[in-house]
Write a protein that binds this ligand. Structure first.
Ligand code: 5GP
Length: 172
């Protein structure tokens, strides 16, 4: 049976998100921002981040699916839902649940850069820097975590566990 161990409790996530939102509010100084959430994993983080920000935001989503249902990224990404709007000339923040090898983020940044935003930054709740294969610049990071497979707060294992309030380590 798989077991779950709390890595980051819900309250700690909320406190950190408020600090991230305050930092983003300072950086954007009232200029409107498009937050682009990467489905499905980032939807809960984006909901809390957007509500903690005072900056005027518009909320968009991009849908991707990595091939396979395993616990590692192949870097091969399929776009399942593209942006519905043009972001040309706008400030854009890509909102990710977790950056692991960096392959997914590198792919997404290239995709969004082709849409010619005024600026493009990245906010991620979690980062596993020890696993990086592609160097990617992340502007706002919630927590750096060790090389463990985590679920909860939007993150899944084969579509389960997304609704957990805490970020948990899943052990087989
Ligand atoms: P990367 O391309 O950076 O290796 O992987 C990013 C994607 O892999 C994330 O958006 C997420 O879908 C998945 N991923 C990487 N590490 C984890 C993890 O610990 N837990 C879960 N649930 N997904 C992960």
């Amino acid at each position: 049976m798989p077991s779950l161990e709390i890595l980051i409790p819900a309250q700690q996530i909320q406190t950190r998100i408020e600090a991230m939102a305050a930092e983003m509010d300072r950086d954007y100084a009232g200029e409107p921002v498009y937050l682009i959430g990467v489905l499905k994993g980032a939807f809960i983080f984006m909901a809390d981040l957007a509500r903690a920000m005072k900056t005027p935001t518009r909320l968009e989503f991009i849908g991707i699916s990595s091939y396979g249902a395993g616990t590692t990224s192949s870097g091969e990404v399929r776009v399942t839902k593209d942006l519905d709007v043009t972001v040309e000339g706008r400030h854009v923040v890509l909102v990710e649940d977790i950056v692991d090898t960096g392959l997914t983020l590198a792919y997404l940044m290239k995709l969004v850069e082709q849409r010619k935003p005024a600026t493009l930054r990245v906010a991620t709740l979690l980062d596993k820097p020890s696993r990086r294969v592609r160097p990617v610049k992340v502007n706002y990071t919630g927590f750096q975590i060790p090389d463990k497979f985590v679920v909860g707060y939007g993150l899944d294992y084969a579509e389960d566990y997304r609704n957990l309030r805490d970020v948990c380590v899943l052990e087989e």
